[in-house]
Design a protein around this ligand. Structure first.
Ligand code: IMP
Length: 430
């Protein structure tokens, strides 16, 4: 048995989809366990870019089973669109290779309206959400007034549930948020149609996963967002509303922690963040813009420009400890070509003290100054290199410094967006 969780160890957008795609050929099943259409996992195959929001990135590997677990919040219109786009790109998607949990919660139109209205009212202290209704749908799940996939596919249950929930939602939308009410008939009609189209994929995925594990199949749990956006351990309240860390893999799929063998983290060679909230190693001015332009750092779900900065070892070490990360996949090393100096953040200075542990306080994180170690840059183009020994010495020194300051070995590096542009440094399963 060798089941593994792959998570983002920064603020998301580390290139998880790309790494899942590379290692999916070593597993039988890929399952998502949290997040929803806020995620945008980008994979480039033969020059064609595919962005997945709900469907695990393993779908792009023939013969793999893709599972959308109970912890994912599903926007049915977006999911159906995703299936259609995959089909028109030549992929076979059917009820034999895609399964959707009957316990997953459904994103409804009022969740998106509430998300957007709340963000608007927060002005310059807004979270900077993706506007996909993620916070409100998880809120309803915990408050026990959510609508699950099992109800979506059962017209009578949907009718009962939607009528009672809409009564409250419409009061909130009109009286508190000053928005238009939502029409029952319109939503019921639209969502019963979605239910019919999705029904063939729906099953009890927790039982399915446990049976597959008993049969000796290898499972890859694909995280979305990143540890620093985790609702418990991220830079709260500037976080998403789910457990993006490894713990979420158990609650979000119904698989016991005793069945998980490894946790790997994906990190970018620098740091990016989209949306509001603290970011100690953020770089402003020309250098920040250069990182954005070189790395094409624009959100794959919303198109927003990402904030950019240097690699932050304090943050990644924290992510690694919390999640038991035993190996790092480092992406976008090629982007650092052409920088005279490269910095790694190794501490935060706050009130004349050097902090080496990631603080919980947004106040501290906002007002601390990064302490950097500076390394020499390189001019060599990396994208076509095939071996570790081909890397310029400065790039190797950079990798060594990341391993030393995070305490985690790097098992793979990526030097470009296509499948071939990776170099494995260590065996994935030992
Ligand atoms: P929400 O998940 O849409 O509620 O957004 C909450 C915060 O998480 C915002 O700062 C978003 O920009 C950020 N976020 C959500 N999903 C992603 C992602 O997939 N990548 C990067 N940031 C994300």
């Amino acid at each position: 048995m060798s089941n593994l969780v792959l998570i983002g160890a920064q603020w998301g957008d580390e290139g998880k989809g790309r790494i899942v795609d590379v290692i999916a050929d070593k597993v039988d099943v890929v399952t998502r366990y949290q997040g929803g259409s806020n995620a945008g996992h980008t994979i480039v195959i033969d020059g064609e870019t595919i962005i997945l929001h709900h469907i695990p990135s393993g779908m792009l590997r023939e013969g793999k089973l893709s599972i959308i677990g109970n912890g994912v919040v599903v926007d049915p219109g977006v999911l159906l669109d995703e299936i259609e786009r995959l089909r028109s790109a030549g992929y076979v998607v059917f009820d034999g290779n895609l399964k959707l949990s009957d316990r997953a919660h459904v994103v409804m139109p009022y969740h998106k309206d509430i998300d957007l209205a709340r963000e608007e009212s927060l002005g310059n202290i807004k979270i900077g959400t993706t506007g996909r209704g993620i916070g409100p749908v998880y809120e309803d799940k915990v408050a026990r007034r959510g609508i699950r996939v099992s109800e979506l596919i059962d017209k009578e249950s949907l009718e009962k549930r939607l009528r009672s929930v809409l009564e409250e939602k419409n009061l909130y939308l009109t009286k508190v948020l000053d928005r238009e009410p939502i029409d029952f008939e319109r939503v019921y009609g639209e969502y019963t149609q979605y239910g019919e189209e999705l029904k063939p994929y729906v099953t009890d995925t927790s039982m399915l996963l446990n049976d597959l594990i008993s049969a000796g199949k290898r499972i890859l749990f694909e995280g979305a967002q990143g540890v620093l956006l985790d609702v418990d351990f991220g830079t709260y309240p500037y976080v998403t509303s789910s457990s993006a860390g490894a713990g979420g893999a158990c609650t979000g799929t119904g698989v016991s922690p005793t069945k998980i063998d490894h946790v790997f983290g994906v990190v970018k060679s620098y740091t990016t963040r989209v949306g509001g909230g603290p970011f100690p190693s953020e770089v402003s001015g020309e250098l920040g813009l250069k990182l954005r332009e070189y790395g094409a750092e624009y959100g794959s779900t919303t198109g927003r420009p990402r904030r950019c900065g240097w690699f932050d070892s304090v943050a990644v070490r924290y992510s690694a400890k919390l999640n038991g990360i035993s190996g790092l996949a480092l992406t976008k090393l090629d982007i650092l070509t052409g920088f005279e100096k490269i910095k790694i953040c190794v501490g935060y200075e706050y009130n004349d003290e050097i902090l080496t542990n990631f603080p919980s306080s947004v106040e501290v994180l906002t007002n601390c100054s990064p302490v950097y170690e500076e390394l020499g840059g390189w001019e060599d183009e990396l994208s076509n290199l095939a071996k570790y020994s081909d890397l310029p010495p400065q790039a190797r020194a950079f990798l060594d410094k990341i391993e030393e300051t995070t305490g985690v070995p790097i098992f793979v590096i990526s030097l470009g967006a296509s499948r071939e542009q990776v170099i494995f440094l260590k065996e994935l399963f030992s």
